[in-house]
Design a protein around this ligand. Structure first.
Ligand code: ADP
Ligand code: MG
Length: 398
């Protein structure tokens, strides 16, 4: 029987040391420092960001590291331990449509800080990442946010920028320079996480309230399953969901579906009754925002079962009403629930990526095995798994 592959987060110290050595080999001199930022998993609150709703993300122990050294000559060099592709040019060369590939996530931040009239000089940068890439665990924000804290520390005046301003710069970097759509959730948690907590994030004003992750004191934990199944049509489907939500809100005379109180939902659905799709999309968004509130309350009471039930209901709503699940995600949820999980759901935008399950610490292995066996029975590649333990925000590590 093939077991699931557990991805463990390495120790900061081990990564830092090898990254400093690799930096010196590559650039002929060691870095001025090493900074890191976490990947994240969203515990609940999906497709709520563009509806002015709520969500509840957690920063992972799995992080992306960046080593940096300033250069006086305006030359920028960017490389990653994960890929051969690198970039070299002048600070002035960075602009929209001018940086291909992954270096855009790094150079975009540099560009965003220059727009604030900060005196950004040249840089040598080397990246090393331990967040699974393209799995919905936000390796992209871990990359842009680790770069942001590095540059904010090294550029004169950068220390005056708040975490919220840095998050906004990272969003701008990803949207404008990397050409990636991102609503700000990933950057907010990467830069504003509190260790041992999840963040109750309000997309109306980006207010972030830390909620203690009490699951651990009850002997439970969060298992993340990366299905490794990427689906096509994701972009078109995402755009279609977003458009439906905007259309529903406008038919109701609202700015966003998040403005509908759950007690007023039936009335709103009655007004949308001519269009079954809009009814179901609206029902997901409004009930999901209510479930996020319920989940935060459940955590404050350390009520694992209540949290688990909300997670499973979130999955059903995403699968049935919002129609963004996939056979792989559904199978993770089904197998996890059957083998003792208190709750399980897809996480992230959907159509692939990762799912999460709330499991007893001493059952984490057996639940992971059950999921892997279910995948094997369908002839699907074994999923990757990791444990999500709420860690701290982007910071300097050496
Ligand atoms: P996710 O954020 O869910 O992992 P995205 O598609 O948003 O998926 O971001 C993945 C992209 O981020 C990669 O294709 C690559 O461009 C960039 N990236 C992330 N981590 C690294 C890394 N360690 N080295 C180079 N590029 C990286
Ligand atoms: Mg991303």
């Amino acid at each position: 029987m093939t077991g699931p592959t557990f991805l463990r987060a390495p120790e900061d110290q081990a990564v830092t040391q090898s990254l400093e050595e690799a930096f010196a080999r590559r650039y002929g001199q060691g870095p001025e420092g090493v900074w890191s930022a976490p990947g994240r998993v969203n515990v609940i609150g999906e497709h709520t960001d563009y509806n002015a709703g709520l969500c509840l993300p957690m920063a992972l122990q799995h992080r992306t590291y960046v080593a940096a050294r300033r250069r006086p000559d305006g030359v920028v060099r960017v490389a990653s331990q994960q890929t051969e592709a690198s970039w070299e040019g002048q600070v002035d060369d960075v602009g929209p449509g001018r940086v291909p590939g992954w270096p855009a996530y790094v150079l975009g931040v540099l560009w965003a800080l220059r727009r604030r009239d900060l005196p950004v000089s040249g840089f040598d940068l080397l990246v090393d990442g331990y967040v699974p890439v393209g799995s919905g665990l936000s390796s992209s924000a871990a990359l842009s946010c680790s770069t942001a804290v590095a540059l904010a520390d090294l550029v004169p005046g950068g220390d005056r920028l708040t975490r919220q301003q840095l998050a906004a710069d990272c969003v701008l970097a990803e949207n404008v320079i990397a050409g990636a759509r991102t609503g700000g959730l990933d950057q907010a948690i990467a830069l504003r996480a509190v260790a041992g907590h999840v963040l109750l994030l309000d997309f109306r004003d980006f207010a972030a309230e830390p909620v203690p992750w009490t699951v651990t004191v009850r002997g439970w934990t969060l298992l993340v399953v990366d299905t490794r199944a990427a689906h096509s049509l994701v972009d078109g489907q995402y755009a279609a969901r977003r458009e439906s939500c905007e259309r529903a809100a406008s038919q109701l005379g609202l700015g966003a579906l998040g403005e509908i109180d759950v007690d007023a939902l039936d009335g709103a659905l009655f007004r949308l009754r001519e269009d079954d799709v809009l009814v179901r999309r609206t029902r997901h968004v409004v009930t999901e925002i209510d479930r996020v509130r319920g989940a935060a309350e459940a955590l404050r009471r350390a009520d694992v079962q209540a949290l688990g039930e909300l997670m499973t209901r979130s999955h059903r709503s995403l699968a049935d009403d919002f129609e963004v699940s996939s056979p792989e995600l559904d199978l993770v949820v089904e197998a996890a629930l059957k083998s003792g999980a208190a709750g399980a759901r897809m996480t992230g935008g959907g159509f692939g990526g990762s799912a999460i399950a709330l499991v007893r610490v001493d059952e984490m292995q057996s639940v992971a095995q059950a999921v892997a066996s279910a995948f094997a029975a369908r002839g699907w590649a074994a999923p990757y798994v990791l444990e999500a333990t709420p860690s701290g925000p982007a910071a300097r590590v050496s």
